[in-house]
Design a protein around this ligand. Structure first.
Ligand SMILES: Nc1ncnc2c1ncn2[C@@H]1O[C@H](COP(=O)(O)OP(=O)(O)OP(=O)(O)O)[C@@H](O)[C@H]1O
Length: 610
């Protein structure tokens, strides 16, 4: 009953759904057995130890029985010596062997599962990050994360603990019942007649308790969400002076938790008193009936004691089965979800970096020919409706248009994040589908709108653009990106830790790190997704300067939000609702009466001059 903790908040356990156990599901998950294969030898030894420790456990009641018989002056059975002292020594020796074997069994099982699970985790993770973008748009990050943590932990727990327990308890159950029958058929029949009542009540209470425990955990999870939301948006809470409102919201939710937990307590209390009554009642009943049989002369005291010990084994084994079964069901469910990921089709990226090296170098010319595209997650909405444009190698081409026009979508398609439905995208005249995915992505760098830095040092973050870069190369890239000075202003320089647990960099600083990263990658094609939030003028100048250095000599695709930065572009493409509305140089587009570009340009000019 230890699992029914009402306020434990162990949401993870409660959330894992159970799967039906049948031949089909078991067959399916047997695919995961290959992860145990490399450790087969150790697993088998562990398994033999497990059998040994369970079987030796069954010997004790029998040994105790013979020991008592010898003590009473009767001859020893089963070839044991006629000496209490010697039988005691044998019992202790067996106990020693059992403890010794149990130690190694646990050690071996943990080693095998830890290693197998690490392999499985590694494969699942690699599989996950090489899945196409579409997979991620349909799922939440939290959900994917829980596959790696909760689901795989459940599988691990089950293999190390539940699997071993099932084997152990089954041996104890079958062995125990056989010994019970062997010791006294009459008593066993008596015992079995009261068993169904206890089991029936146990199942009823167990179900009720589980339901209540689940709803208490759900409620607790809900109140935890309030805490999470409040802490995440703490500046909003403070700015609106809504502290007391939030505290009230949390308090209300907590009251609900307590209410449900109290309801559970009633069931728990009645269950406990029922179990105490039944358990001791059963022991008392057996003793009573056993004593009666002893009195009649058809049974002796030592056999009654052995009988009691075996029935405790059987009772304990029966009690553990529902939990073990539920655990196995959860593990099967978890395995199915993990397998789902392992069976997904991934992008053509290898885990071996050598195989990902560029095989075909491109100069940087790029064309879209009648490209039609809808996101796989929203097939009904065509985002790009027949887009055609050409970019020559080394040109600077800017895309402008209102929000949602499809600018970022074009950037994503250049990187081949998605497959297009119609038309063709070519690099140096070669269809993108005829180039290796790594050839395309290796030769394109993107400086995104919102630069996310990984937890690690600044040095590592810049090196993300070229993992084998030397420190000199990194510093040179940072200098060209106007980042060196601000990096050196930190006491730890390039070793300053950034990201969630480190120093927070300003938007402009993060962009310059991203520019340094891109410089290090030295791509043929560059995609700049201009930041929407404007930087202060000094920062803007530094970023702009760095961008100019970066763009020199490469094809640059600029997703522009501020038109002032793209006046010099070789071509400006104006997108409107997934189509190209205007195309030309700034000086040409500004001439078009009632043109979108002219309108946008005027708007921005007005905003700037107010
Ligand atoms: N992953 C996605 N799944 C489904 N639809 C998407 C996805 N990303 C974008 N869209 C939709 O595609 C359309 C074009 O979006 P896109 O991001 O390309 O526009 P944008 O011109 O870059 O806008 P902004 O200037 O605001 O960044 C929008 O209607 C958007 O809702």
């Amino acid at each position: 009953m230890a699992r029914n903790r009402f306020n434990s908040g162990s949401k993870q356990e409660a959330e894992l759904p159970k799967a039906k156990l049948n031949k089909e599901t078991l067959n399916k998950i047997s695919a995961l057995l290959k992860y145990l294969k490399p450790y087969k030898g150790k697993f088998i030894i562990g398994f033999v130890f497990l059998l040994l420790s369970s079987l030796t456990g069954l010997l004790f009641p029998g040994l105790i029985k013979v020991m008592l018989e010898v003590a009473q002056g009767n001859p020893a059975e089963y070839g044991l010596p006629n000496s209490v002292k010697l039988i005691g020594i044998i019992a202790f020796s067996i106990l020693f062997v059992q403890s010794f074997v149990s130690f190694f069994r646990i050690k071996l099982f943990v080693e095998v599962t830890e290693k197998a699970l690490a392999d499985l985790r590694r494969d699942t993770y690699f599989k996950m990050i090489t899945l196409p973008m579409n997979f991620f748009s349909n799922r939440r990050v939290g959900e994917l994360n829980s596959r790696l943590s909760a689901d795989l932990s459940q599988i691990q727990d089950t293999i190390t603990t539940s699997f071993a327990e099932i084997i152990r308890q089954t041996i104890l159950l079958i062995g125990g019942i056989s010994f019970l029958i062997y010791t006294s058929v009459q008593l066993t029949l008596f015992n079995l007649s009261i068993l169904p009542i206890i089991i029936g009540c146990g199942v009823f209470f167990g179900k009720k308790l589980r339901l209540i425990s689940r709803s208490a955990q759900d409620q607790l999870a809900e109140s935890n969400t309030i805490v999470e939301e409040t802490l995440q948006g703490i500046n909003n809470v403070k700015a609106f002076v809504n502290e007391s409102y939030e505290a009230g919201r949390y308090d209300k939710s907590l009251r609900q938790v307590v209410k449900i937990a109290l309801r559970g307590a009633t069931y728990r209390g009645s269950f406990a008193s029922f179990i105490i009554f039944c358990l001791f009642g059963a022991i008392l009943g057996v003793m009573w009936y056993g004593a009666y049989l002893v009195q009649q002369g058809s049974f002796d005291i030592s056999s009654l004691l052995a009988y009691m010990l075996y029935s405790l084994f059987v009772g304990a084994a029966m009690g553990t089965f529902p939990d073990l079964y539920a655990n196995i069901q959860k593990a099967v469910g978890a395995s199915e979800r993990v397998l789902e990921i392992l069976e997904e089709k991934t992008e053509d990226i290898s885990i071996d970096p050598e195989k990902n090296k560029t095989k075909h170098f491109i100069k940087g010319s790029l064309s879209f020919k009648g490209v039609v595209f809808a996101y796989p997650s929203r097939k009904e909405i065509t985002v790009l409706k027949g887009i055609s444009f050409d970019v020559e190698a080394g040109q600077k081409v800017a895309f402008v248009g209102s929000s949602g026009a499809g600018k970022s979508t074009i950037a994503g398609l250049i990187l081949k994040f998605y497959d297009i439905q119609k038309g063709e995208i070519t690099f140096d005249g070669i269809n993108a589908n005829d180039l290796a995915l790594t050839d395309i992505r290796n030769q394109i760098a993107i400086v995104p709108q919102d630069v996310i830095l990984f937890g690690g040092t600044i040095l590592e973050n810049i090196a993300y653009g070229k993992l084998n870069a030397t420190k000199e190369e990194i510093i040179k890239a940072a200098e060209q990106a106007n980042a060196h000075n601000f990096i050196m202003s930190f006491p730890e320089g390039y070793d300053t830790v950034v990201g969630e647990r480190g120093v927070k960099l300003s938007g402009g600083q993060r962009q310059r790190i991203a520019i340094a990263r891109a410089l290090l990658k030295d791509p043929a094609i560059l995609i700049l997704d201009e930041a929407t939030s404007s930087l202060d003028s000094e920062s803007e100048r530094l970023v702009q300067e760095a961008l100019e250095t970066l763009m020199k000599g490469r094809t640059s695709i600029i997703i522009a939000h501020r038109l002032s930065t793209i006046r010099e572009a070789d071509k400006i493409i104006v997108l409107d609702k997934g189509k190209i509305a205007e195309e030309g140089k700034h000086s040409e587009l500004i001439q078009i009466d009632e043109g979108i570009y002219k309108h946008l340009s005027n708007l921005q000019f007005e905003i700037q001059s107010t």
